[in-house]
Write a protein that binds this ligand. Structure first.
Ligand code: HEC
Length: 204
């Protein structure tokens, strides 16, 4: 049966309308933040205040690449947050540092807020060669101190990097351990020792 031209164009119009309707439905939902607010429930130490982004997090959550001007601002803001150790000593105990690097607990609703958090470094970095379970989101830190030495600028840079990774790399995936009070000053020193001490397993 041949279709009447009018029927054909009507069918075309209907299918075009269908496409337009589909395209409209595929538009991203505007208010993701609102949905998060409504679906998150406070539990233990995990309060709704965690949904409040600071300036850096907001700048890194636009879904678009960060432009040079915004990147420079992120670096400046996060550089300004870095606090050197009060006594000027960067290095603690590498054995305690290895425990911090291995531990992935802390900050979750089910964790005891009175207990110190871990750094979970192995989740993203290779560190000691004998540890075979590690993630690769971050670069390998194997032989970190052996390769870079322990000059003042290297110690200072590494301290600042651990304190606030975004002081150097805008929108880094690495947690801002000092700035966000995830690790204490002593824990940061211990992790520094893990990276730099000649007898630490990282440098074997
Ligand atoms: C969620 C993943 C993640 C965790 C956890 C993490 N990092 Fe990172 N780290 C990265 C990424 C990604 C980079 C590379 C981008 C950058 O420089 O920020 C990096 C970079 C670094 C650098 C700079 C390396 C260089 O070549 O200068 C150091 C040092 C470092 N991390 C140490 C640590 C230590 C120590 C811990 C644990 C206390 C840790 N990281 C935890 C993801 C992580």
């Amino acid at each position: 049966m041949t279709q009447h031209p009018f029927i054909r164009s009507l069918a075309l119009a209907i299918s075009l309308f269908g496409l337009t309707a589909q395209a409209a439905a595929a538009k991203p939902e505007p208010d993701v933040a609102k949905v998060l607010q409504q679906s998150f429930k406070e539990k233990g130490q995990a309060g709704l205040d965690r949904l409040q982004q600071d300036e850096t997090q907001a700048a890194c959550s636009t879904g678009k690449p960060v432009q040079p001007e915004a990147a420079a601002k992120i670096i400046a803001t996060n550089q300004a947050s870095v606090r050197d150790p009060a006594d000027g000593q960067y290095l603690g105990d590498w054995k305690a540092g290895e425990k911090v690097a291995q531990s992935g607990t802390g900050r979750q609703f089910s964790d005891d807020p009175a207990k110190p958090s871990g750094g979970n470094c192995y989740a993203c970095h290779q560190m000691a060669e004998k540890e075979i379970a590690y993630g690769t989101i971050g670069p390998s830190l194997k032989h970190y101190g052996k390769l870079r030495g322990t000059s003042e600028p290297i110690l200072k840079y590494t301290w600042a990097k651990l304190y606030n990774a975004q002081a150097f790399m805008p929108c880094s995936l690495m947690p801002r351990f000092g700035h966000k009070d995830i690790l204490t000053e002593q824990q940061l020193k211990d992790v520094m020792a893990l990276l730099f001490d000649a007898s630490s397993p990282v440098n074997q």
